[in-house]
Design a protein around this ligand. Structure first.
Ligand SMILES: NC(=O)c1ccc[n+]([C@@H]2O[C@H](COP(=O)([O-])OP(=O)(O)OC[C@H]3O[C@@H](n4cnc5c(N)ncnc54)[C@H](OP(=O)(O)O)[C@@H]3O)[C@@H](O)[C@H]2O)c1
Length: 263
């Protein structure tokens, strides 16, 4: 079984990014708006700040109080929409339940919506982009292959499925209402798992030689784990992304490719 390291790919893409940024007179800047102080969000934001620093992109972290109104969040977004130095705006999700997430995301200028989550964004959501970069690096062709995506979220499953379709894969998208999931996942040439369920995909869901891309991230007492039970499937599948060190590092670099508008 081959391990598809995302760290190796991330390092190659980061170097390309740094080379590109080195040629720019004015560095693009990123704003991350956080509403409240969700601890998990803060960890992700710190990762983005650290990465930005490593490649020379200023990242501004704006923390708004949890009591803020929807209109005040919108006003903050409008301020950065109008700021020419700011090339990317992220609203870190989740935001408090009293605020309409879709409405907020749609207020970000499409050309600054680097998370790709607004209706009119010009960008591919970072995780989906990262998965494609991983496949490119390891020469995992999709044309004519059966790709099964488990999960249909706006953030991961749906954009990933569409990108696979664009690459001429035959795509099956599964979700919580899918019947006989095991029978479907076993038929995949490439199985992409983003169901958000700790180690849900075990040996019964996979077949010999498959490429398995595990998007899941779960913090456990044993460290980070994925949606795939690596121990259970590793003797069966052909190659697999580890957690940690698989898709996660690619999400961050892909976000910054979006900020730099590198296609
Ligand atoms: N590596 C990274 O950089 C990265 C980035 C983003 C997310 N993640 C991780 O990836 C995972 C998925 O994230 P997400 O934001 O897409 O999660 P999400 O919004 O919770 O979506 C989960 C999807 O999985 C489906 N699902 C849930 N249980 C299922 C089951 N038993 N069988 C089949 N489908 C099932 C859901 O179906 P319904 O639509 O029917 O509810 C939904 O479409 C999470 O573990 C998250 O932490 C990782």
């Amino acid at each position: 079984m081959n391990i598809l390291s995302g760290i190796v790919v991330r390092d190659v893409l980061r170097q390309q990014l740094m080379d590109y940024i080195g040629t720019l007179q004015t560095k693009p800047e990123l704003v991350i708006i956080q509403v409240g102080d969700n601890a998990e969000s803060t960890i992700y934001i710190e990762q983005k700040k650290k990465f930005g620093k490593s490649v020379g992109i200023p990242v501004h972290h704006i923390v708004l109080p949890v009591t803020i109104t929807e209109q005040e969040v919108i006003n903050t977004i409008h301020t950065y929409n109008a700021d020419d130095n700011i090339k990317g705006i992220i609203v870190q999700l989740p935001i408090p339940s009293g605020i309409n997430t879709k409405k907020i995301l749609d207020e970000i200028s499409p050309e600054k919506d680097v998370d790709g989550l607004g209706t009119y964004s010009h960008y591919i959501p970072a995780t989906a982009r990262g998965i494609m970069s991983l496949c490119d690096y390891y020469d995992i062709g999709m044309q004519g292959k059966h790709v099964v995506v488990v999960g249909r979220s706006e953030l991961v499953g749906k954009p990933t499925a569409l990108l696979c379709l664009k690459r001429n894969a035959t795509v099956t998208v599964c979700h919580s209402y899918t019947k006989n999931l095991k029978e479907i996942t076993k038929q995949a040439d490439i199985l992409i798992v983003a169901c958000g369920k700790l180690q849900y995909i075990t040996s019964e869901f996979v077949s010999a030689g498959q490429v398995v891309i595990d998007v899941g991230i779960h913090r456990t007492e044993h460290g980070l784990c994925g949606d795939v039970d690596m121990e259970s499937v590793k003797h069966i599948v052909g190659s697999i992304t580890p957690v940690p060190g698989g898709v996660g590092p690619l999400t961050v670099v892909s976000l910054f490719q979006n900020v730099c508008d590198i296609m």
